[in-house]
Design a protein around this ligand. Structure first.
Ligand code: SAH
Length: 653
């Protein structure tokens, strides 16, 4: 999907092409032959650009075999085989010399080895090696330079993805364990479509700082480095989060710039090119600090060979250097291993918590014995705080058990929940001290779920536990439903659209390769996407297409559902969005999809905590919105597989 999106990224392609033309001209103007090294050639696109621009020969290196094969056939199809040599190796294994992969060192280095964090795909070591062995001193490089930018902000919304916040439970306060508060958090980069995070949801504390640049035409080092930028706080607030992106200067003078700035940095958001292969990064500072307006501060970025991390220094404090960690900080409290960032967001969602508490309150009485089944859930802690007689919780790992234990300890209710690291089908009455379960609870949430309906694992747990439940046991949620709506994507459609030609080059073998891998899957399937990052417009009403009754055990026979959704708005239908809603009680529902009714124009507001399912139609459908055409659907829940098979077609009367 990344490749299709990259080939559709016209802004990127155009700027690479311009940069390559300019570099080839500069070398020719010096009277030299142009010998290109293209590291990570992918489809061969940048090499084909170079030859078209007048390069004499290209060595196109690609480590991934199927990709190297695709490049071979694309280069042949476009009649460049005599000028482009595809080398199926990692660049660090490429040899130069009469018997080597390359006859001579190159004088034009072209690469596109960047990820959202710039260096996370190993660009630095690849450049370092290429400059030592594969290119001549004084070579030209496209891109010529990369620059990393950062802005320090206060953002309640983003901070909720990193730190567990106190929760109000009926007048009592559930506080996070101190170790979680001190922890620097998850090691992995947080890459998101920052354009979808409204500037109203953060307060800039610093100006946009230029953190550092890398000149790719000179030897590059992958060793540890740090760069600091001083600034005066433009507003007082809590320093929590660093927003970051980078740009590429395709030429030395910096006239051809490919920028990753989010759309709100542009005079008009529609001017921003859309891309998914490069987004923006969010870095969470290890702890939040209060900064005053006009305070003099330094923001420091450190990097090793593959990753970046940030720290903030106040000029009024001594030993600034000592505060900069020499390796990327990583989670010390385990909570960031148990809960990923959206999960932190979910646990910190007050409205959602209020729904669970309201539902629990309505079913709990003092004689109730509760059993909770969800990974790393606070639900059993709430049940204890709300006065259940006894609460058990099944944890899927030692780590989640420890984290919940620490939550209990931090709130002086150690032992309030009995945490069992036992699988539901192995749980015995003895494990429950002979108690019969009167309330079975679940959010439900399972860390292994990829698609929304994978949470139906709860139903299987409920079925496995049937023998331990009282006959009148309450199941929370009592049911779940699967919902669908047909949509027009603003941009996400690009990741599945065929490319055909790209900047005049026929890249159709790539389309065929993608199509083959999609067809290879047993049947066409939905794929998970966080739709809050990918705006879409509803072209039909939404509908609940299937309900799963948790008060009963999983049936033996499949459940099927068929129907159709008439198009009620004009637009191009790319596919269908799918999500689950959980009916905690008869009147409390939480949604893993739409969080608001669809607006008149079809605008959809999606939950940020869970990914939704997206089923792309084989070809887009232009809806006239007059109700004549409809999306017909057919769903089958297969109890033996726990999966949902689906099929969609357009019917037009
Ligand atoms: N140059 C193409 C594709 C870029 S994607 C374009 O711009 O359209 C990056 C590609 O580089 C991937 O296919 C990846 O497999 C490959 N790659 C990354 N590092 C590499 C290295 N050091 N040596 C060889 N291939 C590499």
């Amino acid at each position: 999907s990344c490749f299709a999106d990259m080939l559709h990224d016209h802004d990127r392609n155009e700027k690479y092409y311009k940069g390559i033309r300019a570099a080839v001209s500069r070398i020719k103007a010096r009277g030299e032959r142009v010998v290109v090294l293209d590291i990570g050639t992918g489809t061969g696109l940048l090499s084909m650009m170079a030859v078209t621009a007048g390069a004499d020969f290209c060595y196109a290196v690609e480590v991934f075999k199927p990709m190297a094969e695709a490049a071979q056939s694309i280069v042949k199809k476009n009649n460049f085989s005599d000028k482009i040599k595809i080398i199926n190796k990692h660049s660090s294994d490429v040899t130069v010399g009469p018997d080597g992969d390359m006859q001579e060192q190159a004088n034009l280095l072209i690469t596109e080895l960047f990820d959202t964090e710039l260096i996370g795909e190993g660009a630095l070591p690849s450049y370092e090696h290429a400059h030592q062995h594969l290119v001549k001193a004084g070579c030209e490089a496209v891109p010529h330079r990369a620059t990393v930018y950062a802005q320090l902000v206060e953002s309640e919304l983003l901070w909720r993805w990193a730190k567990l916040q106190p929760v109000e439970v009926e007048g009592a306060r559930l506080v996070p364990p101190p170790a979680v508060g001190r922890c620097p958090g998850a090691h992995s980069v947080c890459d998101i479509q920052l354009s979808q995070v409204s500037p109203t949801s953060f307060t800039p504390l610093s100006p946009l700082c230029t953190m550092f640049s890398v000149d790719f035409s000179k030897p590059v080092s992958s060793a540890f480095q740090s760069h600091s930028t001083s600034f005066v706080a433009q507003s007082g607030g809590r320093a929590q989060v660093v927003l970051s992106w980078w740009d590429l200067d395709m030429d030395p003078s910096g006239t051809i710039v490919c920028s990753m700035a989010p759309s709100w940095m542009y005079p008009h958001p529609t001017m921003a090119p859309w891309r998914d292969h490069w987004m923006q990064s969010v870095y969470f500072l290890p702890v939040e600090t209060q900064v005053a307006e006009q305070e003099e501060l330094s923001l420091t970025v450190c990097h090793d060979d593959y990753s970046l991390w940030y720290s903030l220094q106040s000029h009024s404090l001594q030993d600034v250097r000592d505060k900069t960690p020499q390796s990327r900080p990583s989670c010390t409290c385990q909570a960031h291993l148990v809960w990923n960032r959206p999960r932190f967001g979910e646990l910190n969602d007050r409205q959602r918590t209020a729904s669970y508490i309201a539902a629990l309150r309505s079913i709990l009485a003092e004689d109730r014995v509760c059993l909770s089944v969800s990974d790393g859930s606070l639900l059993p802690v709430f049940a204890h705080m709300l006065g259940a007689k006894k609460v058990f919780s099944l944890e899927n790992s030692r780590m989640s058990k420890q984290v919940i234990e620490e939550v209990l300890e931090a709130n002086s209710v150690k032992g309030g929940v009995e945490l069992l690291e036992i699988r539901p089908e192995q749980l015995t009455s003895q494990d429950l001290g002979g108690e019969q379960i009167s309330v079975l609870l679940g959010e439900p949430y399972f860390s292994t779920s990829l698609l929304p309906w994978h949470s139906l694992f709860f139903w299987y747990c409920r079925t496995a536990l049937a023998g331990l439940l009282r006959p009148d046991a309450t199941i929370l949620p009592c049911s779940a439903s699967l919902h669908v709506v047909a949509v027009e994507f603003q941009d996400l459609w690009r990741i599945r659209a065929a490319c055909g030609t790209c900047e005049g080059f026929d890249v159709s073998p790539m389309d065929e390769m993608v199509q083959r891998s999609l067809d290879f899957r047993e049947s066409r399937e939905a794929e998970p996407h966080p739709l809050w990052e990918y705006p879409c417009r509803a072209l039909t009403q939404s509908a609940a297409v299937m309900t799963f009754d948790f008060t009963q055990c999983v049936p033996e026979q499949p459940i099927s559902s068929r129907g159709s959704l008439p198009f009620i708005r004009i637009g191009r239908c790319h596919g269908v969005a799918l999500w689950m809603e959980y009916h905690l009680t008869d009147d409390v529902t939480v949604s893993g999809g739409l969080t608001q009714p669809i607006s008149e124009q079809g605008t959809c507001e999606w939950s940020r905590h869970r990914k939704q399912g997206v089923y792309f139609l084989r070809s887009a459908w232009d809806s006239s919105g007059d109700g004549g055409a409809a999306v017909s659907y057919s769903f089958t829940f297969e109890p033996s597989l726990g999966d949902i098979k689906m099929d969609f077609s357009i019917t037009d009367q």
